[in-house]
Design a protein around this ligand. Sequence first.
Ligand SMILES: NC(=O)c1ccc[n+]([C@@H]2O[C@H](COP(=O)([O-])OP(=O)(O)OC[C@H]3O[C@@H](n4cnc5c(N)ncnc54)[C@H](O)[C@@H]3O)[C@@H](O)[C@H]2O)c1
Ligand SMILES: [Zn+2]
Length: 350
Amino acid sequence: LGEYFVHVAPGLLAGLSGMLDQAMPRRPRVVIADDRVAALFPAAIAAAGSRRLTFAAGESSKTRSTWSELSDELLASGLGRDGGLVAFGGGVTGDLAGFVAATYLRGLPYAQVPTTLLAMVDASVGGKVGVDTRFGKNLIGAFHPPAIVAADPETLLGLPEPTYRAGLAETVKHGLIGDAGYFEWIEANAAPLLARDLAALTQLVGRSVEFKAEVVSRDERESGRREILNAGHTVAHALEQASGYALPHGEAVAIGLVIECRIGARLGVTDDALSERVGRLLGHLGLPVGIPASLAPPAILAAMETDKKKRADTIRMALPSVLGMTHRDGAAWSVPVPRDLILESLSAIG
Ligand SMILES: NC(=O)c1ccc[n+]([C@@H]2O[C@H](COP(=O)([O-])OP(=O)(O)OC[C@H]3O[C@@H](n4cnc5c(N)ncnc54)[C@H](O)[C@@H]3O)[C@@H](O)[C@H]2O)c1
Ligand SMILES: [Zn+2]
């Protein structure tokens, strides 16, 4: 997987210390975790490093102020250039601790030990780290790929149901945009996945991680392909913003995938049958696929206008062509979408 060393195995946490010794031979290793995760996995955290720093769990901690508190604690402890960090937890921890690692003494190696499905299949791979600001999410950050990603699917067994399902939306996205066989596998395994069968979880995380790592590492040669990972997200980000972030990201992605398939079909880019098939699978997985009645299409479009990914004056979307393939127009992996078509598709029932 190119520069990424990704390990996915149930029970892996028991051997984490040895794995980190090999992949990141740094002393000391300092683990960063949120307080909830620190209480859930004390033994694995103690084994992962000789010191531990915690912060309050939740997206509201992903800020420059927490970044500066953690950095100051590391400076006060005298952590030097031979040290390393371990981001142990969900996507918030990965982004925040990864950003501390990117900037501490101009950059320290770090390991990602993701413990939510979203962190495993999405946030821990790709090297994007950063914090939120009052102007928007993830606006201050860096590219800082981890030295190793170590994911233990057993940690997912205790995740709250909505947190778990949010990650499922991203795995469906991976199949839809680049791997039809994977999408079909999720369709066939919806029941064991919902029951969090460990073998099914391990396959799911393994395939998604491999897929995302392949996309981001190939992007260095085939510039711009990474954009396919944004499928569903133009609409999703607008829904999240329009809802005042009351709508969880994974639910917004589920709705966004269906709406964007519908938009693609109207543009003649996407197979007509796809939006229904994607909606059916997401519905089976317990995810919403319709726009909440409280969100008016014009408000959603207005939110889209302020999205940072909007280039110049056009709204662009990465759209599937058929199951497992993203539409490509020359060198571009996204297409401009007219505003009236967006409004229509946001208003359509079904
Ligand atoms: N860098 C990227 O490429 C990338 C990609 C996608 C998402 N993200 C970021 O990821 C963040 C969301 O990640 P998240 O959903 O993991 O959020 P999170 O880290 O806040 O975790 C969600 C909640 O689950 C708890 N938790 C974590 N592991 C647990 C476990 N094993 N059992 C029980 N509870 C557990 C956490 O304490 C937290 O309260 C967002 O900030 C988003 O921007 C980044
Ligand atoms: Zn996402």
